[in-house]
Design a protein around this ligand. Sequence first.
Ligand SMILES: Cc1cc2nc3c(=O)[nH]c(=O)nc-3n(C[C@H](O)[C@H](O)[C@H](O)COP(=O)(O)OP(=O)(O)OC[C@H]3O[C@@H](n4cnc5c(N)ncnc54)[C@H](O)[C@@H]3O)c2cc1C
Length: 307
Amino acid sequence: MGTKHSSINLSKSIELKALVSLAHFTTIKVGGQAEWFAEPKNLSELKLIIEWAAAKRIKCQIIGAGSNLLINDNQLNGVSICMRRFHGWNINKNTGFIEAYGGEPIPTLARKAAHAGLSGLEWAIGIPGTVGGAAVMNAGAQGGCTSERLISVRVLPIGGEEPYEISQKELEFDYRYSRLQEEKLIVLSARFRLEPGHDQEELTYLTNKNLHHRTSTQPYHLPNCGSVFRNPEPQKAGFLIEKLGLKGHRMGDAEISKIHANFIVNKGNASAKDIQKLIKLIQHQVQNAHGLTLHQEVKTLGFLKND
Ligand SMILES: Cc1cc2nc3c(=O)[nH]c(=O)nc-3n(C[C@H](O)[C@H](O)[C@H](O)COP(=O)(O)OP(=O)(O)OC[C@H]3O[C@@H](n4cnc5c(N)ncnc54)[C@H](O)[C@@H]3O)c2cc1C
């Protein structure tokens, strides 16, 4: 690998940093060092990074708010591009149209929509991700999900061509799934249509109520990466894991949450290996006891197929 520089300036405003700990960029506070790391603020900075990587023939991977992401402990090769600074939004309170950049936090957008009297994002307040991550994951909660209000996304292919638009229909949304999970595309922005003309106080009350419900039923007080498994519908992954008496089970500092069994929390210095071992243990026990395969919801970076 041999990364010799500590940083490279691609322009006056965008810097590629070498050997940055990715633990700071995931909500579970786990992850090794990125060989190269950058936080672009706009399309021209993003393009410079992609062109640099293409010229060096190294890969790029995208991080949003890192709230559904498990990054391995080893060095992650290539350029890790964090989209958190790629933020901004535009709300039209008369028509209900919203356009938000890929790095805009979804909870902030939910609050702004409520303030503008726009209904449709009240469920999103407790999801600590970005607009891009929500589109990729089709994030949802309390009966609502991203695909219901999304009109289209604007993407940049990691191959480096020009941005283009993909419509809601073409994204093939399903439960915690979109076509974006299969393709090397960066979500630059998303357009939503909400319902205008609602009572602002009522929406804010509902939004706060949803947040209170989430923080009292899920382990928000400890680092975690959201739901580890998709629900094998109509069953709930958390219920199946809890029935096996696994709440509180630990591997190093990684623990199956005592509050909600579909969450793994970091009690201090958990490693990705600890978390991966807990994931395998849960899958094995649920398979043996219930004959059901639990599929991971959380996305991974830096693992080999057989890890
Ligand atoms: C406490 C807690 C509660 C949660 N509750 C819920 C919940 O109720 N419902 C739910 O659905 N999820 C929940 N999550 C999971 C998570 O917040 C969502 O999946 C969220 O949408 C992920 O967004 P992110 O920006 O953090 O994406 P990341 O975790 O950073 O990335 C997820 C995937 O999206 C890709 N990605 C991210 N941004 C982009 C982009 N701009 N362009 C292309 N690819 C991108 C990444 O490469 C990765 O494959 C929770 C997480 C936590 C920590």
